[in-house]
Design a protein around this ligand. Structure first.
Ligand code: FEC
Length: 307
């Protein structure tokens, strides 16, 4: 009997309660504790979305749904593991568990569609370094899956659905956004910006959109320049152009979490309201089986690729 293929699903992770915000934030900042002011501001944002983010439950539901699809597809037997970037169970814990379970071959996938060395690359590096230290398993990674047909199908449907909620869909502007990163990624041939344009352009092509634009959201306050334009500035400039309706598609994220529930649903909607713009957000993927099929397909393709 062959050993099952290990599938490591990696996600950002979120604090389970407000007490965990400090260690979580410190981990995000590579071990540097935030100032009291930064911590208070983050706690304020979690409180504004109800005290905790639903990300843990959504990630778990995504992993469960994916597991069912992988077990049902007639392919090689799989064992799924879940590892978080910034909270327990960490990626390191999951890889250790895989090793202890005797998994020798594994595929890793990050629940973020577009690749940047600074984001997805960092998850992969953690998994690889842990496996190297332990002596296994041997990993292959799905580096990006933004052009998986099933993902594009769901993204297109979600944008189409949001446009239907507009009074004048033909005049509404679709703003595709993703998490900003420090501008220095442009000094290397990092594919992040190109990939965001690829998936957004494909949705625009399928829906024959006349009006769409790209923006960045959720930039950090680190004192260095981050990729722009920020979505809030894009809203302001659309107002100057006389735009009355905007569909916000946070295509860089696949769950309802702080960066969507606060940054778009509270902050961007407030700015839009002040500008007199009707802002409709596309629904996130969460555990939609159609979306999980895209991940399953990407994993199976990766499994079949040789070294
Ligand atoms: O719901 C939740 O509680 C978690 C939501 C969450 C997701 C997420 C995804 C990404 N981040 C990315 C990059 C950065 C960089 C920094 C950074 C900082 C934060 C902070 C919080 C946070 N991120 Fe995050 N991110 C989420 C949450 N992120 C909270 C800290 C306070 C703040 O800035 O709001 C800056 C680090 C530094 O200070 O040095 C860089 C990227 C993604 C999308 C890909 C992925 O999911 O991994 C890129 C979800």
């Amino acid at each position: 009997m062959t050993t099952p293929l290990g599938v490591l699903v990696m996600a950002y992770g979120t604090p389970h309660n407000l007490e965990e915000v400090l260690p979580y934030y410190t981990h995000i900042r590579h071990g540097r504790a935030p100032s009291d002011e930064q911590l208070a501001d983050l706690i304020r944002r979690y409180e504004a979305i109800g005290g905790v983010s639903p990300l843990t439950e959504i990630t778990q539901a995504q992993v469960r749904g994916l597991e069912q699809l992988l077990h049902a597809d007639g392919g090689r037997d799989v064992s799924l593991y879940q590892g978080m970037k910034h909270i327990a169970p960490f990626i390191e814990d999951a890889v250790e568990q895989m090793y202890q379970d005797g998994i020798t071959e594994a595929v890793g996938i990050v629940l973020a569609p577009h690749y940047s060395k600074m984001s997805v690359g960092a998850y992969e590096k953690t998994a690889l370094e842990t496996a190297k230290k332990l002596g296994g398993p041997k990993f292959r990674f799905v580096h990006q899956w933004h052009m998986e047909p099933a993902f594009l199908d769901v993204l297109t449907a979600r944008v189409g659905e949001a446009l239907h909620l507009c009074a004048n869909p033909k005049d509404a502007v679709v703003v595709f956004s993703a998490h900003s990163l420090p501008e220095r990624i442009l000094q290397t041939d990092d594919p992040y910006v190109r990939q965001l344009h690829e998936s957004g352009e494909e949705v625009a092509r399928r829906l024959q959109l006349n009006h769409y634009q790209f923006a960045w959201q959720s930039a950090g306050q680190t004192g260095e320049p981050w990729l722009g334009p920020d979505i809030l500035d894009v809203l302001r400039s659309l107002k100057e152009q006389g735009v009355k309706e905007v569909v916000s598609c946070s295509q860089g994220f696949v769950a309802d979490h702080l960066e969507v529930l606060y940054d778009i649903d509270i902050e961007a909607k407030q700015v839009a309201k002040e500008l007199g713009i009707h802002l409709v957000r596309t629904r996130q993927m969460n555990d939609d089986p159609e979306f999980l099929r895209a991940l399953r397909n990407a994993i199976r393709k990766c499994e079949q690729q040789g070294d």
